[in-house]
Design a protein around this ligand. Structure first.
Ligand code: BG6
Length: 484
């Protein structure tokens, strides 16, 4: 649909997320014609910046992200002209709210993007309501992690829900905006060949990995209160698990899709108490060498406690207790400062029930859905190696690379999701009950870690993670997938 004139108000508009992701993505949307000519971006913060300061900062942020060359510089200038800054003291001096009220145009859609810690979302929403700024055409966008456990998530949802309806509320999980993630749904539900195999009869297990080479960077203050479980597993990894495991929805409609994802979360077998010792691994990076450079261990990273017990790595074994998946382990793992950055979903098929090639290699093959880098889908299968003599089989890949197959550039997750917010489509956003169901499952794991005093196992930065993760999957004779 054609873009509508919108006032996009970004709280935390001068912060890290805004500079690293939101403004560069909005610029690309503008360049590609997805912003209405009169749409404006109003950054709100406590920083007291002038519009010129903000534009200067945004200019550097966009160019740091994306090489802007002539003739695109004209577009960049046009984009920067859309930006302005307002200083608002949430919960304090009301002047800023009045200024915001004077700035907003009553005839436009309003999007309030809360790029702030979730604990102040409620206060901002009340401020907006008190200043009379919430119209029927308003939307609110919230970032993850939403809260730090079920109780705090419920509190934030209730505070925001007192001002905005559920339909007006967009909870971002940027993994849902990744091209390959949407392609997973297409692969499963626009093709006929996978569905008959997509169950415990033919699938041995599933692995979902999100490995990063980056450390905590300048975010230790936040990260130390979260850890990998709250930062990645509760949201990104569980969302990937939902899309992999969900039943076919009757339509690509926001409620239909989200209903099916919710059912998966509700069917997750609880992991609690002693099971947590067996089925989860926590890790924390020590110092090490990453691609030839020595890097600090987590404890020595600046900006947070040096005696922390926060994990930077989690591996766990989950199970979905329903007819399709009973008995199929879903292995999830995520970590920072790993040897290699990659995010992928691996479906490992079962071996054939009976082999007619005795002595030759066996193996059920894997379907790999790669989110990054090199977005693509590949299927490994056994093939005969050429030649007479003894029959030899080898595992070979069938590759689909999106970059090679499609000439068009894949938009980044935030571009896609911002466009959806602007056009009012919340299919790729999390519903309140989904977020809460995810916390309901992760809370007991985090509680058991503390009850059982399970401290993170150190792994060297630049390695494949803690040895415990190999033991976790190895217990049943399985191994983590490695590209051949
Ligand atoms: C964010 C986490 O949600 O996702 C970060 O807070 C993490 O810690 C990031 O680095 C990873 O996103 P991506 O898109 O780089 O895989």
């Amino acid at each position: 649909s054609a873009p509508r004139p919108t006032d996009l108000v970004v709280f935390g508009g001068t912060g890290d997320l805004s500079m690293r992701k939101l403004l560069p993505s909005l610029y690309l949307l503008d360049r590609d014609g997805h912003l209405h000519p009169s749409t404006r971006v109003i950054a709100v913060s406590r920083d007291g910046l002038t519009d010129a300061d903000l534009r200067h900062k945004a200019d550097a942020a966009v160019q740091g992200h994306h090489a802007v060359q002539v003739p695109e510089t004209v577009v960049l200038r046009r984009f920067l002209d859309r930006l302005s800054h307002i200083t608002v003291d949430v919960g304090g001096d009301p002047t800023g709210w009045t200024e915001l009220a004077d700035t907003l145009d009553p005839d436009r859609d309003r999007v309030f993007y809360l790029a702030v810690p979730p604990m102040i979302s409620g206060a901002i929403c009340r401020g907006l309501a008190d200043a009379g700024l919430v119209t029927a055409d308003s939307r609110v966008v919230m970032e993850k992690p939403l809260g730090r456990d079920l109780a705090s998530a419920q509190a934030v949802n209730a505070e925001v829900g007192a001002i905005f309806t559920e339909e007006q509320t967009y909870r971002i999980d940027h993994y849902l905006g990744k091209e390959t993630v949407q392609n997973l749904l297409v692969l499963r539900f626009a093709n006929v060949f996978l569905e008959p195999l997509w169950n415990s009869r033919w699938i041995d297990h599933v692995q979902i990995t999100a490995a990063e080479t980056v450390g905590v960077g300048g975010r230790k203050g936040y990260y130390d209160t979260a850890g990998a479980m709250r930062d990645m597993v509760q949201n990104h990894l569980l969302q990937l698990l939902c899309l992999t495991a969900m039943e076919p929805p009757a339509s690509y409609d926001r409620e239909a899709v989200r209903d099916e994802k919710l059912k998966v979360l509700q069917a997750l077998k609880p992991l609690a108490g002693e099971n947590v010792r067996e089925d989860t691994v926590r890790g924390r990076y020590g110092s090490g060498v990453l691609h030839g450079t020595e890097v600090l261990g987590y404890l020595d990273e600046p900006g947070g406690p040096t005696d922390s017990t926060t994990e930077t790595y989690v591996a766990l074994r989950a199970e979905i207790a329903n007819w399709r998946w009973a008995g199929v382990p879903f292995y999830l793992r995520t970590g920072k400062r790993m040897d290699r950055a990659r995010s992928e979903i691996v479906i490992r098929f079962r071996d054939v029930p009976h082999t007619i090639f005795p002595g030759a290699a066996t193996g059920g093959g894997s379907l790999v859905i790669r989110l990054q880098p090199d977005e693509g889908i590949h299927l490994t299968m056994l093939a005969k190696t050429p030649g007479a003599g003894a029959l030899r089989l080898r595992s070979v890949p069938l590759e689909l690379s999106f970059a090679d197959t499609f000439a068009t550039r894949s938009p980044e997750a935030y571009e896609r999701l911002l466009m959806d917010v602007l056009s009012g489509d919340s299919t790729l956003f999390m519903r309140r009950d989904e977020v809460e169901a995810a916390w309901r499952w992760t809370d007991p794991v985090i509680a058991a870690w503390s009850d059982l005093d399970l401290v993170p196992e150190t792994y060297p930065a630049g390695s494949a993670g803690p040895a415990g993760a190999d033991r976790l999957i190895g217990r049943t004779g399985r191994t983590w997938y490695e590209e051949e």
